[in-house]
Design a protein around this ligand. Structure first.
Ligand code: FES
Ligand code: FE2
Length: 394
């Protein structure tokens, strides 16, 4: 049995009390989060247990593992896992730890009909069942039938894989139902993945989540890339806060290099043909969904001072089909969005360095940072005991 967690320190209680107070006040008088939210190891541990171990996270697109036996890896609240396409075509997720001596089973992406441990070759089928071992005939009571990899709750919603360690929280389809009407017409499940890379940045994961959500920095940080063609005044936010997500959406004009529907796109009509929908699914899945492409980030904290990000790009199917020189066109697009990411890396790492100063204090927010305030409310619900559905276990 897991021993009860020790009570939080006085510093953490003070930080979370301030977080709750700012989240509960109006945006017009809100500041950003206390620096300790980004620097405290104790807060990081609480986030692992009350956020990442309890909410839905996304390892990426289901289209990344289209064939039986395709798999990809991720880690949820310190648990390495792999997602695999099983023989019935379902995406399932299992602990990526061998049931023998706890070796990591698979690394990165791959395809195989069996998962064979690289240490002593215990072998599992695509349902996580142990089906093959050597030299176990003298072990008392040993029967492979009794041994399975722990399975992680998994759903595929609008083309995305979502996993949670919590058997109790509502389904991702229920939690995201309010944005289904926006996301569904794009047809994400048919987008063609063209790029995916994992990186580690030197900053707290929340700096990257917040940076993704707010458009205030676009004309400045991204002045060399997309900063000049992002609308600022016509951004639409949700008219109420939802517990599992926030979003913004905006239209792109003819100056935008990417973001408008291909003539063969018959799924989107009217202004949706130039509209980009940009959800953040709390805590760590965010994407920019445009009529012609999407790009996404999925984050996981590596302690308080580093974040692993999975950065992926996919193309609308008619865009992909129309490319006459796909390799060159995709390389150019990947290069463009990689440059955008690099601009963000500089500010995320700068924010982390700045917030470590004893002189750092949280400052007032712009209305364009609306989603940061919403994110604070989400975190307060999860981290401050006895508030919201994510309140601390007793
Ligand atoms: S640790 Fe996996 S077979 Fe031994
Ligand atoms: Fe940015």
């Amino acid at each position: 049995m897991t021993p009860p967690a020790p009570p939080p320190s006085a510093e953490t209680v003070e930080t979370l009390t301030r977080l709750r107070a700012v989240a509960d006040g109006p945006l017009a008088s809100a500041t950003n989060m206390p620096a300790a939210m980004y620097q405290s190891d104790e807060i990081g541990d609480l986030e692992r247990d009350r956020v990442f171990a309890r909410d839905w996270v996304s390892p990426g697109l289901a289209a990344a593992i289209p064939d039986v036996g395709d798999h990809l890896t991720w880690t949820i609240a310190d648990r390495p896992v792999f997602c695999v396409r099983d023989p019935d075509g379902r995406v399932r997720t299992f602990s990526n730890v061998c049931r023998h001596r706890m070796m990591t089973l698979v690394e990165g992406d791959g395809n195989s009909r069996r998962i064979t441990c690289p240490y002593h070759a215990w072998t599992y089928d695509l349902g996580g069942q142990l089906v093959g071992t050597n030299h176990m005939e003298h072990t008392d009571g040993f029967d492979p039938v009794d041994i399975c990899l722990p399975e992680i709750r998994t759903e595929v919603w609008q083309g995305w894989i979502y996993c949670t360690l919590d058997p109790e929280i509502p389904s991702v389809a229920d939690l995201l139902a309010p944005i289904e009407e926006f996301v569904a017409p794009y047809g994400v499940a048919d987008y063609v993945p063209v790029h995916r890379v994992d990186e580690v940045w030197d900053g707290n994961w929340k700096f990257l989540t917040e940076n993704f959500m707010e458009g205030y920095h676009l004309p400045v940080t991204h002045r060399a890339t997309l900063g000049t063609w992002m609308p600022m005044d016509s951004v639409v936010f949700p008219d109420q806060c939802h517990e599992a997500f926030t979003y913004q959406m905006f239209e792109k004009d003819e100056n935008a290099r990417y973001g408008r529907a291909h003539p063969d796109n018959d799924r989107l009509v009217g202004q949706w043909r130039t509209t980009t929908f940009m959800p953040t699914v709390f805590p760590s899945h965010m994407y920019i969904l445009a009529p012609d492409h999407l790009w996404y980030l999925s984050l996981r904290p590596l302690g308080t001072g580093q974040v692993q990000l999975r950065f992926g790009i996919a193309l609308a199917p008619e865009v992909h089909a129309s490319l006459t020189d796909p390799e060159a066109w995709i390389a150019e697009m990947v290069g463009f969005f990689t440059a955008v990411c690099e601009e963000d890396r500089v500010v995320v790492e700068g924010l982390h360095a700045g917030s470590s100063s004893p002189l750092a204090t949280p400052g007032p927010l712009s209305w364009l940072e609306h989603e940061l305030h919403h994110f604070m409310g989400y975190l307060a619900d999860r981290l401050v005991p006895n508030t919201g559905y994510g309140s601390a276990p007793t």
